[in-house]
Design a protein around this ligand. Structure first.
Ligand SMILES: [Zn+2]
Length: 144
């Protein structure tokens, strides 16, 4: 029942030289990405609010002056409204993407290339928050 004190296994924290592990991002870089993503999200939210306001306005127009409308006017307004709604949905989807990116950033799994595991440059992530490939792999993908 005596435990053999053999705890010499926890010594490999200092020198990881596996080469395969993705390079860890610096805290400063992580903050840069977070700032870029947050800014992106705020911009999208503003855009979303504006679109929703436009939809409400179109809806109001439809209700107030639809009495004098002929079939064509009604059709145009319905079309416009549908356009606005699909725009709103696509903005919402982009917001979700950015929020997911922020979650993954917190988990430490964000910003690494899915193919080669290297870090995706901060600038690229700022421009394309949903990017999952580094530039090199992306180019290879597009060339096929
Ligand atoms: Zn890659």
């Amino acid at each position: 029942m005596a435990k053999t004190a053999d705890s010499k296994t926890a010594t490999d924290t200092a020198g990881i030289k596996t080469g395969k592990a993705p390079r860890a991002r610096s805290a400063a870089d992580t903050e840069k990405i977070r700032a870029a993503l947050s800014e992106r999200r705020d911009g999208l939210k503003t855009e979303y609010d504006q679109t929703m306001a436009e939809i409400a306005e179109l809806q109001r127009d439809r209700l107030t002056d639809s009495a004098g409308d002929d079939q064509a006017d009604t059709g145009t307004k319905t079309f416009e409204r549908e356009q606005e709604i699909s725009l709103a949905n696509s903005i919402l989807e982009r917001i979700t993407q950015v929020e997911r990116a922020l979650e993954r950033l917190d988990e430490g799994t964000y910003g690494y290339c899915e193919r080669c595991g290297s870090t995706i440059p901060v600038e690229r992530l700022a421009a394309f928050p949903s990017a999952t490939l580094c530039v090199t792999c992306k180019q290879l993908e597009e060339r096929r």
